[in-house]
Design a protein around this ligand. Structure first.
Ligand code: HEC
Length: 243
């Protein structure tokens, strides 16, 4: 039920189709390069080759296995522990996310007994401050994205991708498909991109959101890819018949 007053692919010149096609192909290539870039940025963070959910968790939330505190109690600071099994208590706490409640119950007593004679700012300002949760938390969480980094990456993403999606959408508008399907298909990649960016910030606090980061990123890529492919197909192979 396409309205005749709207322009469709059959109404545009071959020159314009060529322009649209080279644009879409270039964007498609750019997207593949972006995927490769993402792979190389995040892969292997968990110590294993290839990209995994754990890598995404480490990128945003941080690592629960490679932390300065964990390395210290397994290594150079181990002799300071008066009770050897306290090492496992600390490592387990780190592994479970190094939360504040766990800190008050299990960790503070150990650190107060064995560590703070040196790790107090007034004694050694250059050492990690182990007298309170904030100080301990800094060395108990490994890496993870900082808020300024996330803000920088998200503003680049939102501006850049909004432009790309807008121009792809402008071309996709000329397809002959059910108008309701088309309206939804226009919005999906934008919504997926927003969800992706928002879930980076949430993953910083809730590691399970790494799955949402991955799913929304994939949804954006897929919906964008479908718009590109359908546009190219209809532009060259489907534009004569059908009203
Ligand atoms: C006798 C003083 C002393 C005690 C006690 C002590 N530390 Fe340290 N700690 C140091 C010094 C000195 C350094 C710096 C070592 C270096 O940079 O080579 C350090 C470094 C560290 C670091 C940072 C390592 C890094 O990544 O740079 C951590 C974490 C740490 N200690 C944890 C602990 C814990 C946990 C305890 C208690 C079990 C403890 N320390 C007890 C003196 C102490």
């Amino acid at each position: 039920m396409a309205d005749k007053s709207f322009i469709r692919f059959k109404d545009i010149s071959i020159s314009e189709r060529i322009l649209n096609t080279v644009f879409l192909l270039t964007i498609g290539l750019g997207y593949l390069a972006a995927l490769a870039n993402m792979y190389y940025t995040h892969q292997g963070l968990d110590g294993k080759a290839g990209l995994s959910v754990e890598d995404v968790v480490i990128s945003y939330y941080g690592s629960t296995t490679q932390t300065r505190l964990g390395t210290a109690v397994k290594g150079i600071m181990k002799p300071n522990l008066k009770i050897k099994s306290d090492q496992d208590v600390i490592l387990k706490w780190i592994h479970n996310g190094a939360t504040e409640t766990g800190y008050d119950e299990d960790i503070a007593p150990i650190l107060n007994r064995d560590c703070i004679m040196c790790h107090t700012p007034s004694v050694n300002p250059s050492l990690p401050d182990l007298t309170n949760y904030d100080g301990v938390s800094e060395v108990a969480h490994g890496g993870g994205a900082t808020i300024p980094t996330l803000i920088r990456v998200s503003h680049i993403h939102l501006f850049g991708i909004a432009f790309i999606l807008f121009f792809i959408g402008k071309i996709f508008l000329l397809c002959e498909i059910n108008v309701y399907v088309k309206r939804v298909a226009m919005v999906v990649p934008f919504a997926a991109m927003l969800l992706d960016v928002v879930s980076w910030f949430i993953t910083k606090s809730i590691p399970e959101f790494a799955y949402v980061v991955i799913a929304s990123g994939a949804l954006m890529g897929l919906s964008m890819g479908l718009q590109i492919l359908l546009s190219i197909y209809q532009m060259w192979f489907f534009s004569k018949n059908d009203s």
